[in-house]
Design a protein around this ligand. Sequence first.
Ligand SMILES: [Zn+2]
Length: 248
Amino acid sequence: MNRVKRGYYQFAGPISSAALAAALAAGAGTAAFIAFVYANAQAQLAPLESITRWLELAVTPVMALLAAAATGATLHAFKVRSRVAMTLAVLGATAGAIAISWQMLEALHTEQVGVAGVVIDGAWLMLLQASSALIVVAAALAVTNVALDTPLCPYCKSWCARHDRVARIEALPARHARALVEAGDWPSLRRLGRPRGSRYLRFDIAECSVCGQTRALSVTLAGRLGRRTPVVRNLLINGDTRRTIESL
Ligand SMILES: [Zn+2]
């Protein structure tokens, strides 16, 4: 088990306090900027009540998602690929932006929100705010997951470039496919041939385009209705294996 695990990409990249400080500053700056734009828009559009009501609904998710994106992008620029650091920073920025936007809405005397003539207030407003906050947090975490999927080359500290769908073959149960891929049993995989239905195994490779020393394979079982089951995530491979996979 351990021997196989070592074949997977695990490098997280260093976490510096400068990167964390810059990331949180980027998140806070973005939230403050949106708050400024929003307050101005509310003042300008005050006579158009239907538009300002929609803005009230939109401001929290927009602010939180952009703050989370700015935080994540800054960590990415600082080459931080630590799941813990990225998740905590993005969640911090999201929660901070949600809190700021709620404070701001309260300060603007918005005890009630209405859409199309229906006023939402009291417990319903709290429920609406809580559910939009949950959706925003889930979206921020999903973005973090995508950002962390790309390996950072430990040799030259560059982000790897993704090459999606370098090969597609007939589907196998995920556990069986994982055993074949981890064992490097390419002849057995090749014998499966081209996909004959809507289910197939999809091979994606991330490769360092600067020094070429890091190459990681991800295999996904794609099913009906866009269902995707991860088979392996970032298994380190060499150039020969890459060529073999491309010719599957
Ligand atoms: Zn490299």
